[in-house]
Design a protein around this ligand. Structure first.
Ligand code: NDP
Length: 273
């Protein structure tokens, strides 16, 4: 019988997770069935109960309910606890367990696919939701020089600053008013703006000559953020596909204790785009 997995969130129909996990499972001749289950805010508890009754084994959580998933889990890995958000879950002895693989997925993507490291980087992180929290938590343990977290709701960004003395937080108006005293090496878009076809209200002066990475991806097309970054002279521009495959591999390892080969899966997704 197939092991039942699913992705919960809203939206989910664009997600490549079923394709990625099916490709991983093939590498180990495992029989899995991976569904997408549309789950708006405040409906996760009910939806998970139905999935469990149908012999669901575990799954992934995406926007906007990673914090809601965190609150529902009985136990958390240290990664989920630090991020305050869950993107991977499974049941063990009837207890719901939650992990967060986003931060480590991003780190593996940077190292394996971009061949970069974190040393001495000045980073601008846009967003303070589940993905941004996981990235901030991971970055608090890396030898970066600084992290500026900018968010529409400034209180959400400020809540992440305690993770490290190298972190600062503000809103878009404040950073846009500042003079160009810091040069950012990377600008990471961890907002869900691209899903709404919007660009965060960041002044274009901050993007010139940076590596601009959008955690979103858009079925082969550049996201609106990538198009904006190219127009405003970012030098390296990438989407979230590499991170998606890496964070999925870490979820897969949690469920099956097996480490899939990510490169052929990423290449295959890019070819099919
Ligand atoms: P959340 O819903 O937890 O957070 C959304 C963030 O986006 C918040 O900081 C929110 O700000 C901000 N935001 C939303 N709309 C706007 C807007 N119109 N203007 C400015 N800011 C806005 O989502 P996640 O953190 O889970 O995901 C964020 C993005 O990252 C999504 O696009 C998701 O697909 C992508 N992602 C990609 C992954 C990958 O592997 N490639 C993994 C995880 C996420 P506020 O606090 O003010 O509401």
């Amino acid at each position: 019988m197939a092991v039942k997995l699913a992705l919960f969130g809203d939206p989910v129909m664009h997600s490549l997770s079923p394709r990625i996990h099916t490709a991983f499972a093939k590498q180990f001749a495992l029989n899995i069935e991976y569904q997408r289950i549309l789950t708006p805010n405040d409906e996760l508890a009910k939806t998970l109960a139905i999935f469990k009754r149908a012999e669901g084994f575990g799954g992934n959580i995406t926007v906007p309910i990673k914090k809601e998933a965190f609150a529902l889990c009985d136990t958390h890995t240290s990664y989920a606890r630090h991020a305050g958000a869950v993107n991977t879950f499974w049941w063990e002895n009837d207890k719901l367990k939650g992990d967060n693989t986003d931060g480590r997925g991003f780190l593996n993507y940077i190292k394996k696919h971009l061949g970069e490291d974190m040393a001495n980087k000045n980073i601008l992180l846009l967003g303070a939701g589940g993905a941004a929290s996981a990235l901030a938590s991971m970055l608090s343990e890396q030898p970066i020089r600084s992290l500026n977290i900018v968010n529409r709701n400034v209180a959400h960004a400020e809540a992440l600053v305690d993770m490290s003395q190298k972190f600062q937080a503000c809103g878009y108006d404040e950073i846009n008013k500042q003079a160009l005293s810091t040069k950012f090496d990377w600008v990471i878009n961890a907002t869900s703006c691209s899903l709404q076809n919007k660009v965060p209200k960041l002044s274009e002066k901050w993007i010139e000559n940076t590596t601009a990475i959008d955690l979103s991806y858009c079925g082969g097309e550049p996201t609106v953020f990538m198009t904006w970054a190219r127009k405003n002279n970012a030098v390296n521009i990438d989407d979230g596909l590499g991170m998606l495959v890496e964070q999925a591999a870490l979820s897969f390892k949690q469920w099956f204790d097996k480490e899939p080969d990510t490169l052929p899966v990423l290449l295959n997704l890019r070819e099919r785009e």
